[in-house]
Ligand binder design. Sequence first.
Ligand SMILES: *Cc1c(COP(=O)(O)O)cnc(C)c1O
Length: 379
Amino acid sequence: MTATWDVPLTEIHMSDEDVAAVMDVYASGWLTMGPRTKEFETALAAFSGVSRAVAVSSGTAALHLACRAAGVGPGDEVIVPALTFLATAHAPRYCGATVVLADATSEHDPNVSVADVERRITPRTRAVIAVDLFGTSADTAALRLLCDRHGLVLIEDMAQAIGARRRDGAPAGSAADLACLSFFSKKQLPLGEGGAVLTGSDERAATVASLRSHAMTSGTWDRHRGHSESYDVVDIGHNYRLDEPRAALGLSRLRHLGDDLAARRHAVARYRARLAGVDGIALVGDDVDVACSSHFAFPVRTDTADLRIALRSELPVRGIQTTRYPVLSALAEYAEHADGSHPSATTFADRHVCLPLWGGIGDDAVDRVCDAVAAVCGA
Ligand SMILES: *Cc1c(COP(=O)(O)O)cnc(C)c1O
């Protein structure tokens, strides 16, 4: 199934129960958003330690609707990390806002610098989007205080961080006004495509739920049940609905997500023990981060860009897939932001490699990757 790699970047194991849960939906004859989506939302909120979850069609849709519920619009600025997946920065721009990129904390800590976010606040700033990169929570306790002081909305991009905790033990997402999950195939809860907005505010949850389905005052499921015979439209909404087969898959997989995250943590601990002494490599974060992260990916820092290039070309030759995140200003669409003011994000981007990681990766595969890394580093 997974192409030609001996050790792919990630792999999905679909249990018989997962498949049966999806097939049940197809047999039921009700496919679009309905009771299973509602049940999935309730389970997601409970899992995440946040009162409300609204399921949507992708993490990008979640970010877009979070920006809309935050009131982001033309003339506003939204501060976004320079080091993230591009969808974080696209979302405010869908609303007509301008993005301002903030640097990473340091060249060894890829999450956004709170001090740099603060420096970039202007009278036009409306919101800050924090990103929990690789599954490790950003400093949302400090960002919450900062946003409160300046009257800003805090959005948390948790696309890589379902089930993560902050270093102080609080659930990721709990300090944000709106937090966004992704269920894209490579994420920890893979549904193919899908996402959700988490919030402690019933009002914001209602706004997101409305905008996800054209801002219509009743849904297809309501009308099917005869609860409402007509509808009105009260805003320019979207079709960002999740469908029932994916909600059912999400419900089924959510039951095993805790085990999957624990298995990822075990693999990361083994990686770190094996790679600790390797010349030219530095581990990212500390033992507290390992305990709190939900381990979307396993990045290692290389001392030089040359070593990153060597690993990225030599590991594939040995059947091992890797990836890396570019700084946004290195992408054509964001080239105007390449003003030299993101040195930490740029250095981290140039000097890291993400190694294979998934819940079912065995010790043998981890050891094989570590041996290959050590061989390239010793060459
Ligand atoms: C995956 C990802 C997204 C987008 O999620 P999709 O479900 O693919 O739309 C947004 N932000 C980050 C940080 C991501 O990793």
